[in-house]
Design a protein. Structure first.
Length: 216
């Protein structure tokens, strides 16, 4: 086989593998329980509000394969599913902020709420449509007060998967952390308790199972 042909084949193969892994995070079919410390920082002070109790979603017996359709939601499956202990869950905000801290799930629900239905696009694989609701990232960052030197925001999943965006982009009110899908808690397969909704970004940036926001 000619040398140039071999090199082209290797380059195209590498590009395809990187694209697939980036769009789908990871492709294992099993689920994992996170061992990350979700209680690192003290809780922020958030005014109480009246909330309906939620029914914590459970992991289904059957997990669809990579990019397969989840019949229960009509969404496609990506990533290695993380099962998070809801009772101890906190979202940490860390890094270049005046006040590092954390938020419990119900505190997040008491923050200003937004809803949107942008398409979730994984180019070349699928395009999903659903209604999401949650809290703008900007509302969370107000509590922590980013330092002047902060330029970037990393959204960290329970499995360690991380997506970094510009702070200015994170502060755009259209970008939010969703805790509801179609008016109910996000299913475990699709990011419970929190996943990112970034309308102008491809699906690989819509981080699932978020446990931390880190500024730098």
């Amino acid at each position: 086989m000619p040398y140039n042909y071999c090199m082209k084949f290797l380059l195209y193969s590498t590009f395809f593998i990187l694209f697939v892994s980036g769009c789908a995070f990871f492709t294992e079919r099993n689920s994992k329980s996170t061992g990350r410390n979700l209680n690192q920082f003290p809780l922020f002070q958030v005014p109480d509000c009246e909330l309906e109790p939620i029914k914590v979603p459970k992991l289904p017996k059957v997990i669809p394969g990579y990019t397969e359709l989840d019949p229960a939601t009509g969404l496609h499956m990506t990533g290695t599913v993380q099962t998070i202990d809801f009772a101890s869950y906190h979202l940490n905000i860390s890094g270049a902020v005046e006040q590092p801290g954390s938020l419990a799930y119900d505190q997040i629900r008491c923050l200003p709420k937004t809803s949107a239905s942008p398409p979730l696009v994984c180019p070349g694989f699928f395009e999903d449509h659903a209604a999401w609701s949650g809290v703008p990232i900007a509302e969370i960052l107000k509590l922590a007060r980013p330092l002047a030197e902060a330029k970037y925001v990393s959204l960290v999943s329970a499995d360690g998967y991380t997506v970094t965006i510009d702070l200015d982009k994170a502060l755009n009110p259209e970008n939010f952390l969703a805790y509801e899908w179609e008016g109910q808690p996000i299913p475990v397969l699709h990011g419970f308790p929190l996943r990112a909704v970034l309308p102008k970004e491809n699906g690989n940036s819509w981080v699932k199972w978020i446990v931390e926001i880190h500024l730098f």
